[in-house]
Design a protein around this ligand. Structure first.
Ligand code: SF4
Length: 466
């Protein structure tokens, strides 16, 4: 999954109506699944994801669906799951709900035959159950799908395809090492629409050599596809990538934060004018067409990850032995405490564990105390629905009680009452145009356009304790 932050550290102008418009759908209290496919036809110049152009690595493309099916079945096995968590948590941690969203990311999921993706989905259905109306997304490289492929996905239960478009400018695609053409993409999106699939495209802005006109043209080209959801990510050039090496040799210019801020503003203006509203810093959608899987991440819900390097997260609220857990209120702070674990990154080591009948987990952490609060702020503030500023006072009336209730915070650690500080910080941020002043009156911290460009700063200031 491409998940770069668009907080590019530059300023823009405030947006007065950030909290207005319709809110994205509320997330039901259920479970999501992420399936990682760690193979790509070739590694793009900017990519530092856990993916490999060696299509035989580990189980290889040919054996991947079977190995992943094995991991899915094991993850639900009482003995394995309980023994893993018994070592790490005082509470019994098990997911109880059926899956309401499933996301196949990578890598390039569509490098596998469509029948293999359907087979993996069937393994999830047989093991966890999938609710009626679930959102099931596959990321797709336009080069690897055609109408027949997409039809097989649609018949197999997929509801949504997220295409890697990145740019409509051939010279930008060349810099990024993307091999598809706009014509490939248009044909694939058209085929998906004919099958009734929801579609989204990912765009990247700020590539060296990309002009403001290139970027505007890419946005227009994306809208012309008729997609209802568009993600825009600022390019970051990571050391060790092909672009990183070119940068080190002085062959390309570094990304320019001011240029990226300008492009973010252009994206927001162009997409908003076309009826897509931002619901997360990097994501815009026609209201009602938001990616529910994305929302589950940002709302800090529960998800299980499968495949090399995949992460999983369960809230403490889910870590109960009964299956009648009431829905956790939107934005509840108690949402934030939980456990996270992650698989080994190497497909070879991942396969070795799975083949031995062991969960391929590398490590885990219990999210607690100030870290839980920081994470809660960091995730919620990225959403248009924003951060509930009443939480500390409402839930406990006392910040220190709040944090004790969040987790097994050692008694020796004193966390100050944060409710007064939070309100003070939010008011100061609104005064600087970083939070929406109107939203503050209904006790929500909602980023303005300027605030979206400085989300890291806002997060830090909202999570500071004096
Ligand atoms: S297609 Fe995506 S995951 Fe694969 S190399 Fe390119 S950027 Fe990385």
């Amino acid at each position: 999954m491409f998940s770069r932050s668009s907080d590019n550290g530059a300023c823009a102008v405030p947006e007065g109506n950030a909290a207005k418009g319709s809110d994205p759908p509320a997330a039901p209290a259920s479970l999501s699944a992420y399936v990682h496919v760690p193979y790509c036809l070739q590694r793009c110049g900017y990519c530092d994801f856990n993916t490999y152009a060696n299509l035989s690595l580990g189980p290889g493309v040919d054996g991947y669906a079977d190995a992943l099916t094995q991991e899915i079945k094991m993850s639900h096995g009482d003995v394995l799951f309980d023994s893993f968590f018994a070592k790490r948590m005082s509470q019994k941690a098990r997911p109880h709900d059926s899956l309401s969203t499933v996301f196949f990311g990578g890598g390039t999921p569509t490098i596998l035959p469509a029948s293999d993706l359907v087979k993996i989905l069937e393994a999830l259905r047989a093991t966890y159950g999938i609710v009626d109306g679930a959102e099931v997304t596959a990321e797709a490289n336009p080069d690897t799908v055609d109408a027949g492929y997409l039809e097989e996905l649609a018949r197999g239960g997929f509801t949504r395809v997220s295409f890697g478009m990145q740019s409509a400018a051939p010279h930008v695609l060349a810099t990024l090492d993307r091999t598809h053409t706009q014509a490939h993409l248009e044909a694939a999106v058209r085929a998906a629409h004919n099958l009734g699939l929801e579609t989204s495209v990912d765009l990247i802005y700020g590539t060296p050599g990309e002009s403001l006109d290139d970027w505007r043209a890419s946005l227009e080209a994306a809208l012309n596809l008729g997609v209802k959801h568009i993600s825009c990510y600022a390019l970051t050039i990571e050391p060790g990538t092909r672009l990183g090496l070119a940068l080190a040799r002085g062959e390309i210019a570094p990304v320019d934060p001011d240029d990226q801020a300008d492009k973010y503003e252009i994206a927001d203006a162009v997409l908003s004018a076309a009826g897509l509203q931002w619901y997360e810093i990097s994501n815009w959608a026609v209201p009602g067409r938001e990616c529910r899987h994305n929302l589950a991440y940002w709302r800090n819900r529960d998800w299980l990850g499968f495949g090399p390097g995949a992460h999983s997260h369960l809230r403490a609220a889910t870590s109960r032995s009964d299956s009648s857990a009431a829905p956790v209120p939107l934005g509840s702070v108690s949402d934030s405490a939980g456990v996270r674990w992650w698989n080994v990154k190497s497909p070879v080591k991942w396969l070795a564990a799975v083949s031995k009948g062991e969960l391929p987990v590398e490590d885990s952490e219990v999210i607690k105390g100030e870290a839980a609060w920081l994470e809660h702020v960091l995730l919620n503030i990225r959403l248009r629905e924003g951060l509930d500023l009443r939480e500390p006072a409402t839930q406990s009336g006392d910040g220190s009680t709040l944090f004790r209730s969040l987790s097994s915070l050692p008694k020796a650690v004193t966390v100050p009452d944060c409710s007064a500080n939070l309100r003070k910080a939010a008011e100061a941020l609104a005064g600087e145009g970083l939070l929406d002043a109107d939203a503050l009156t209904s006790n929500r911290g909602v980023l303005t356009l300027k605030g979206r460009l400085l989300a890291d700063t806002v997060t830090r200031r909202l999570s500071e304790f004096d």
